[in-house]
Design a protein around this ligand. Structure first.
Ligand code: C2E
Ligand code: MG
Ligand code: MG
Ligand code: MG
Length: 281
């Protein structure tokens, strides 16, 4: 009876699984052609200094406009692109596109680009960064690469070598999603980070949740001790922002301060922000 039942379940699910596998293959295939078909675009989210409210930079976030599926979120397609290796041409496109765009900005603001573990470990990563900076004319100090901790554990020696080489060019390195990976503290010591981006799960309700507040204060203290600025991601309420101000968090990013959008939306912002800062000072 159990056997029959199992067979029934299998008969029911097999078509669904087959459809899922076909779907996954289709996504893998489409990802291989998405760059040449011009289906990617980059949106930008502002990063602000908490004390002054000045926009200090932007994070580049990738969007895939699929002709039939509509906009596919990165959390869905990046892991697939990493598995198939498509992330290499895609990541190169993002880097080139954002550096090219940032080089045209009136104010020399920072541009943060997410880099996948696969990119960091691929041969020639540092050379690629160097070539893109040279080709686009972007000052290396304006580029910040966001790396997650999981990107480091795969092959720490290789990761460290790649990071040291891009740092030697003057490019900055931020640890992304801090607190969600593992061995965070030893990674902070072993790798040449310039900034800690604390994951957005640690900001949610920080103003009312004592545990969350304790973790946030500890990370800020860690940053101070190590001489690393801390950016809080995912700030959605003014109470969360007020907490960050009271605790001397350096930078913040989140829907409250600006949703990711096309650069055209921010052109006025990048032009005016430093003037506003001078007026406030
Ligand atoms: P991330 O690098 O941690 O980026 C921050 C994510 O949080 C973005 O999601 C952003 O839209 C979202 N976010 C910002 N403020 C808020 C907020 O106030 N509330 C909430 N709920 N969310 C907020 P997005 O754009 O969907 O990207 C998701 C992840 O995909 C990124 O996380 C990053 O890991 C990856 N990703 C995005 N673009 C790229 C890329 O060009 N290359 C690589 N390798 N990964 C990328
Ligand atoms: Mg990021
Ligand atoms: Mg993050
Ligand atoms: Mg993330």
């Amino acid at each position: 009876c159990a056997k029959n039942h199992g067979r029934g379940v299998r008969r029911f699910f097999e078509p669904i699984l087959a459809a899922q596998i076909r779907d996954r293959r289709a996504v893998e295939h489409d990802l291989r052609h998405a760059v040449e078909r011009g289906e990617f675009k980059v949106v930008y989210q502002p990063q602000l200094a908490v004390d002054s409210g000045i926009v200090v930079g932007f994070e580049a976030l990738l969007r895939w406009r699929h002709p039939e599926r509509g906009t596919v979120p990165p959390d869905l397609f990046i892991p697939i692109a990493e598995e198939t290796g498509s992330i290499l041409p895609i990541g190169e496109w993002v880097l080139r596109e954002t550096c090219r765009e940032a080089a045209t900005w009136e104010k020399p603001l920072r541009i943060a680009v997410n880099v996948s573990a696969v990119q960091l470990h691929a041969p020639g990563f540092a050379e690629l960064v160097h070539e893109v900076l040279f080709t686009t004319g972007l000052a290396p100090a304006r580029l910040e690469l966001e790396i997650t901790e999981t990107a480091l554990v795969r092959d720490p020696v290789r990761a460290l070598t790649a990071l040291r080489r891009v740092k030697a060019m003057g490019v900055r390195i931020a640890m992304d999603d801090f607190g969600t990976g593992y061995s965070s503290l030893s990674n902070l010591r072993a790798f040449p980070f310039d900034k800690i981006k604390i994951d957005r799960s640690f900001i949610r309700a920080v103003d009312v949740n004592r545990e969350t507040a304790a973790i946030m204060r500890a990370v800020l203290g860690l940053g101070r001790g190590l001489g690393l600025p801390v950016l809080a991601e995912g700030v959605e309420t003014s109470a969360e922002l007020a907490f960050l101000g009271a605790e001397n968090c350096h930078e913040a990013q989140g829907y409250l301060l600006g949703r990711p959008g096309p650069m055209a939306h921010f052109i006025e912002h990048t032009r005016e922000a430093p003037d506003r800062g001078e007026a406030a000072a």
